[in-house]
Design a protein. Sequence first.
Length: 310
Amino acid sequence: MVTFCDDVLAGLQLPQKSIPSKYFYDRRGSELFEEICNLKEYYIFSSEVEILTARAPELTQVTGRKCNLIELGSGSSVKTKFLLDQLESGSAYVPVDVSQELLEEVTRDLRLTYPELKIHPVAGDFCSSLGHLAEACDKRLGNALFFPGSTIGNFNPDSAEDILRRCRELAGKNGFMIIGVDLVKTKSVLEAAYNDSRGVTAAFNLNLLTRMNEELSACFDLSTFQHSAFFNEKESRIEMHLVSLNSQTIPIAGQQVHFDRDETIHTENSYKYRPEDFIKLAQKCGFSAHLGWTDSKGYFSVFILSSSSE
């Protein structure tokens, strides 16, 4: 099994240093992301909540109000409650998250709120867990995957296609997938969402260095790195980087890693889609776009995809 240490040491040896964005989400990173979701600049959360508030009854009418609801990257499960409120007794919820501690806390709270809901939490990276999630599901119920927050945008096109194909397999013959997709829009709106005025996103990005200090015996001085986020129009993605402000060599897990001045660690991509392009991608992976909605500003879409070939 590939570990945090393995991925960090491998990623920092690349010509363009990089670390997978899944490692943002230790306990502190998860807390910071919850703060990001409440920022005025970060439209993704509020736009998706607007859609789910209005459309949850329609969504669950399509998926069936008695189903296995499988959430990939569940976090605090805040948005999930719009769907859980619509489900009938006997339904099952399978939250998947990398943070074991957060998962346990959320599961305890949900069991109090929804005593008749069967909850089967799965701790781990959902990418590596997809092939095993069927084991946590009630075989008598249909499967509905929930992939909110535009997390699909964190994957490059080839990886996004692979994830969607595997989701199609998990959904089964007559299953569904509810997925959030961030849309292409003006550069100023996009860049403001990842460069908030309070500096919470910067703290979220820099927390990756803190995590390496705590878990890998690294010696990063956070004051010598700077958050950077910008829209790469050619690739249609936001890129997040950590920029070294001077030439320095950092010990990490017993190795020495050198950074030139202005050299960066690429920490995240967030691809933005046009609705028609995402629909084509979903169809390529064996889904059909059953329904889709956009928020009032036209910033964000929620699609419900069907795995049925009919």
